[in-house]
Design a protein around this ligand. Sequence first.
Ligand code: EPU
Length: 422
Amino acid sequence: MEKLVIEGGRELRGEIRISGAKNAALPLIAASLLAKGVHVLHNVPDLRDTRTILRLLESLGVSWERQDDTLRIDATDLNYSEASYELVKTMRASVLVLGPLLARLGQARVSLPGGCAIGARPIDFHILGFEQLGVTCRLENGYVDAEIDGRLQGNTVYFDLPSVTGTENLLMAATLAQGTTVIKNAAREPEIGNLVDMLTAMGAEIEGRDTDRLTIHGVEQLQAAESAVIPDRIETGTYLIAVAATGGEATLTHCNPGHLPALLEKLRATGVEISAHEQSLTIRASCDQPLRAVDIKTMPYPGYPTDLQAQFMALMTLSDQSAVVNETIFENRFMHVAELKRMGADIRVDGRTAFVTGLGRDGLTGAPVMATDLRASSSLVIAGLAAAGRTDISRIYHLERGYENLVDKLTGLGARVWKEQE
Ligand code: EPU
């Protein structure tokens, strides 16, 4: 297994290009199952998770080819309807094939994802939603067996919480339903807008993009189309926080500053300078200036994203005062705390709240630490870049699930970082 080694304490300076968003690419790839023909997707990041969903598509009979960041997916043959435990256990977003399979084949067998490092993460909203569209769902041997005789039937579906993949799954299924489906309390993350655009290009009729109420008028058939994955707002946010932590000046290109309203406010409040342009961001952070402590509370979009909570907590360990980090989306998303403490951080956790006592910009020291999930791992990278001395991060396959060319991009910014065999 490989580990990541970081010699910390260097400012980050330079320019990097932001990749396409993992969490937008996954539903777009799943949506290609809805129509025969060759779909063309641009700006698709080459990540462990995008490879996993492509393996899943292959197991369903679908073929694909990649040239640079463009994927061509031929979903004409869709011969199987099962997503196996082997695939779903490595990536819970595999459940995104459930909606398209039901819409196109009238049946699907998908392994239940089970728990994961950040919480129980059930898929009950997805199942309840499909049942409201007329699907019969049985849970057997760890699998959801779902089927419907004929077409899905449009209906009104209300989510207790605005689930991101729940909204995406229902949205995809409803495009081919008979009649109109209304999703109330739908999630509003930009990745859903990206999916709405792809489905619309395929011939779907959807109203309410970017709102919490999506209305889908079902059509009989969709066609393959050409789409582009939006920039990764979480990757963008991670690099911004990294520069705030180390000091320096960096420009991130090919990103969408409009997708990071909460983070930009919070980062500016720490005292760093950020200028936003249409498709790029420049951040300037002086090492001589102390970081102000800023509280965050994770919320569904446009609130502060849970996927940037761990990274911001790492930054707050370097402030001069105390900050409160409140995680409202997932019940167990503080796995990074124990590892940050190994680097000297002073953090106390009480339930879903973490109290961070900042130790100043020189507060962290390098240490061997372990990555536990994707975003926890990126907070350790940020801590390692800011810490004095060497940090060894093991289990970096977590990072490879969601950060394209991490080592090259950080090296491009002047970091001393490399991979080694454990
Ligand atoms: N929930 C349920 N039942 C459901 C679905 C969700 O109780 O059927 C709960 C969850 O347990 C959680 C809340 O609803 O408390 C919101 O979860 P959501 O369904 O929105 O999460 P998700 O769709 O499984 C996506 C991202 C996550 C991101 C969350 C929240 C993808 C592929 N994954 O997950 O991304 O943290 O939304 O924004 O889009 C990551 O990239 O590292 C990552 C974990």
